[in-house]
Write a protein that binds this ligand. Structure first.
Ligand code: BG6
Length: 483
């Protein structure tokens, strides 16, 4: 297959992301026979090392992080196609050498001038690298394709995102710009649309007539680990809400697209982001809760009086015909009790007669879409407890797709790299999605900046500050911590 023949150039080739995620993903794509035959990888880094040393490091990383056990025979097939180039990202000579090197590789691997430039670097280098690629005539040309994959964060607010986007689109067209939100590569995110639009039992009740509230939760047990430097400036709002959490909300709330093309899907997603009810300063204070775990201020490269939030819970409304009046509660945080991402749809109660009265209320029906670590869906509904007269208990109908033995879902980055090779940007964020999510998030950030929080306010291993519980209790709801 000719058109996917290409060279993947990874800037940041010695970094964590490359070792933990990208190289294992490339290896697994090879294992699954999804890697083009005419393909090679050139890693660019600032450290001095030979191809040999670099390849050995990559081998160790794959061994450690790949979901599929490394097979030495298969590894050989990839090993010789991985190269290392050392230069500083501002160094013009480095780009000239890289250009010649890639040309030589084109001859050897029949890669036809096609390129994927993967920017696995700190965001301050995005602009520089793109500019240099352009200056050296390595960006777009007519005879072949050149795509750029950009890691998060895409800006730190709307203004910086607009600026960065301008710099990138001066060089690469939107169609060749692949903005990564790795959550979109997760199996269950891709499943949300299928579950909603391929089943008669969900779509007809998926609206404000039948749904009481939606809870979207992504919790982590880890703290900031060694990323204090980055995280201090980001916080949970920019690190998780602006991208992953709003993507989850969008997929949950969007209308059915007219077809499955990239633009049709993105069009519907953007409509949701546009219809998020604006959080005025008053509403931010009321409906956006932030937290910081005890001990965060002692972490490496964290200020001892840091006001950065490691937890956020926000109540939002999607102000459109389908969803008017239904609260969406989104919540994310570090050092929480479990690592879990899930979407919970809580249905409205039935009229309070029959079983309801006698037995002190029924549990609401819940539909739970489990994103990770378990991937699946379950329905919780009411049934008669066997052996009783009329006692009603909640029961579960459970579908777990990664519980079966031998089922080992591809990692997000496998799918994302595969799609970029094929030229499919459906699972990447289009510019206007980024734009509208920053518009929403900036309003919250602004108010938070001007109001000093009372941090730290939650203990590691708990579900965040009590205000997060209050947020739902006020509406007579509670968080369903399914985990
Ligand atoms: C990243 C955030 O985008 O997502 C991290 O920067 C977070 O802070 C991570 O830990 C969570 O991803 P996952 O795939 O482990 O849920």
């Amino acid at each position: 297959t000719d058109n996917i023949s290409s060279i993947m150039v990874i800037f940041g080739g010695t970094g964590d992301l490359t070792h933990r995620k990208l190289m294992p993903a490339i290896y697994n794509l090879l294992y699954d026979k999804n890697l083009p035959e005419n393909f090679c990888v050139v890693s660019v880094g600032r450290r001095d090392k030979t191809d040999e040393i670099y390849r050995n490091e990559v081998y160790e990383s794959i061994k450690k992080f790949s979901r599929i056990k490394i097979d030495d025979e298969l590894w050989k097939n990839l090993r010789d196609r991985i190269y290392y180039q050392k230069f500083e990202f501002h160094d013009d000579d480095g780009y000239s050498r890289l250009k010649d090197f890639l040309k030589a590789l084109d001859d050897r691997y029949k890669t036809n001038g096609n390129r994927i430039y993967y920017l696995a670097v700190a965001p301050e280098y995005f602009e520089l690298i793109v500019e240099k690629l352009h200056q050296h005539g390595m960006a777009e040309n007519e005879k072949s394709w050149q795509r750029v994959m950009i890691e998060k964060p895409f800006g730190k607010d709307l203004n910086s995102a607009v600026y960065l986007n301008k710099k990138i689109t001066d060089v690469f067209s939107e169609k060749n710009t692949y903005r990564i939100d790795h959550y979109l590569g997760k199996e269950m995110l891709q499943n949300i649309m299928v579950i909603r639009f391929a089943n008669v039992f969900f779509e007809p009740v998926w609206n404000n007539k039948y749904i009481d509230n939606v809870q979207i939760s992504s919790s982590e047990t880890v703290g900031v680990e060694n990323r204090g430097g980055y995280y201090e400036k980001a916080g949970a709002l920019r690190d998780m809400i602006q991208n992953h959490m709003l993507q989850l909300l969008t997929l949950t709330a969007m209308e059915p697209p007219i077809d499955l093309t990239t633009d049709s899907i993105h069009d519907e997603k953007v409509k949701i982001l546009k219809s998020l009810k604006e959080l005025t300063p008053d509403l931010v204070l009321k409906n956006a809760v932030r937290g910081q775990y005890e001990g965060y201020r002692d972490e490496d490269r964290v200020s001892p009086d840091s006001d950065t939030e490691t937890f956020a819970a926000i109540k939002v409304f999607v102000d459109n015909f389908r969803w008017a009046g239904v609260p969406f509660y989104i919540r994310t945080g570090k050092k929480l009790p479990v690592k879990s991402t899930e979407i919970i749809i809580q249905f409205k109660p039935l009229p309070g007669v029959l079983y309801f009265k006698e037995y002190g209320g029924l549990m609401p029906d819940l539909l739970v879409i489990k994103i990770q670590p378990e991937e699946g869906v379950f329905l919780q509904f009411n049934a008669k407890r066997p052996g009783t007269l009329n006692k009603v208990i909640p029961v579960r109908m459970d579908f777990c797709q990664n519980c079966q033995v031998g089922m080992n879902s591809p990692e997000a980055y496998e799918r994302l790299i595969y799609d970029a090779l094929r030229g499919d940007s459906t699972l990447f964020t289009r510019w206007d999605e980024v734009e509208y999510s920053w518009r929403f998030v900036d309003k919250i950030a602004e108010v938070w900046k001007n109001n000093k929080p009372d941090f730290p306010n939650y203990k590691p291993g708990t579900w965040g500050p009590s205000d997060a519980d209050e947020l739902l209790l006020r509406d007579n709801f509670k968080w369903w911590n399914i985990g």
